[in-house]
Design a protein around this ligand. Structure first.
Ligand SMILES: NC(=O)c1ccc[n+]([C@@H]2O[C@H](COP(=O)([O-])OP(=O)(O)OC[C@H]3O[C@@H](n4cnc5c(N)ncnc54)[C@H](OP(=O)(O)O)[C@@H]3O)[C@@H](O)[C@H]2O)c1
Length: 250
């Protein structure tokens, strides 16, 4: 078993990437507790991971007060929690979030606040047990505000800053906090997007994320080639950025 990980909680387990992660962790001999919104999909993901799954819980994460109770439920089922993946997310219609505050609010609630609702009890648990690894899937969209997706990007960017703080807070407690800055992946989230060579596949991404839990940088681009690409994108002066329509267009 890698790094002494026995008991793993997967939040947002019905995401295409988390479903692959569940199978990956099961193959590594880990016991799993899966939390997701859709009970039917959850059973399907649990079925694919087999006997490794000791329990599941269904919840809509917009109901923010449930975070602490769901973590307690997972801890009771697993006995203890060694590692956590947080994988849910919502890519909204950007223009809808510009017309409707409710749409923008939902994007922030799902992508940022609901994650915080889980991270608070998990960080306190890991701090008290002086071990644990917390892996959260963010996005390259959080690196720079772009007209195409800045509401989603702002939520993911805020999340990266939040996790940076948690990471430093818990460093002396032996707790590993990993931010995954994920590039485009061919999943239901990007169903309507035109695919190009930069799109990754969920199975390959899940394998890389599982490895990132144990080794390497704790703030990492997946796939790796997004690191130099985003360095360039972040470094462009605003006036130049706005002239480059492939970056700053819709
Ligand atoms: N695909 C990409 O190109 C890409 C790029 C960068 C980052 N990411 C991030 O990668 C992670 C995994 O996404 P994915 O690509 O695997 O997409 P996905 O298959 O569409 O999964 C999204 C997941 O979020 C869950 N979710 C959305 N709203 C929720 C809510 N209110 N309550 C509970 N769960 C909710 C969905 O639940 P249901 O199953 O019930 O719908 C689904 O499990 C997300 O954090 C996403 O932001 C994805």
């Amino acid at each position: 078993m890698p790094n002494g990980v026995k008991n793993t909680l997967i939040i947002g387990a019905t995401s295409a990437i988390a479903a692959e992660l569940s199978v990956e962790c099961a193959a590594r001999g880990e016991r799993l507790f899966l939390v997701g919104r859709d009970p039917v999909k959850l059973q399907k993901v649990a079925g694919a991971a087999g006997a490794a799954v000791v329990g599941v819980a269904a919840a809509d994460f917009r109901e923010l007060e449930q975070g602490t109770a769901l973590v307690a439920q997972a801890q009771a089922a697993l006995g203890s929690i060694d590692s956590v993946f947080i994988a849910h997310g919502l890519l909204p219609d950007q223009e809808e979030t510009e017309r409707s505050f409710a749409a923008a609010e939902e994007a922030f609630v799902v992508n940022l606040l609901s994650v915080v609702s889980f991270v608070i009890p998990l960080a306190n648990l890991f701090e008290s047990q002086r071990r644990g690894s917390l892996v959260v899937i963010g996005s390259v969209a959080g690196d720079r505000g772009r007209p195409r997706n800045y509401t989603y990007g702002a939520a993911k960017g805020g999340l990266a800053i939040y996790l940076q703080g948690v990471r430093s807070r818990l460093a002396s407690s032996g707790v590993r906090v990993v931010t995954i800055r994920l590039g485009p992946v061919d999943t239901p989230m990007t169903r309507s997007h035109r695919k190009n060579a930069l799109f990754a596949q969920p199975g390959a991404v899940a394998k890389t994320i599982a490895l990132a839990r144990e080794h390497g940088p704790d703030d990492v681009y997946v796939p790796w080639f997004w690191a130099p690409i985003m360095l360039g994108v972040r470094s462009l002066p605003e006036a130049l950025f706005q002239r480059l329509r492939f970056l700053s267009g819709r």
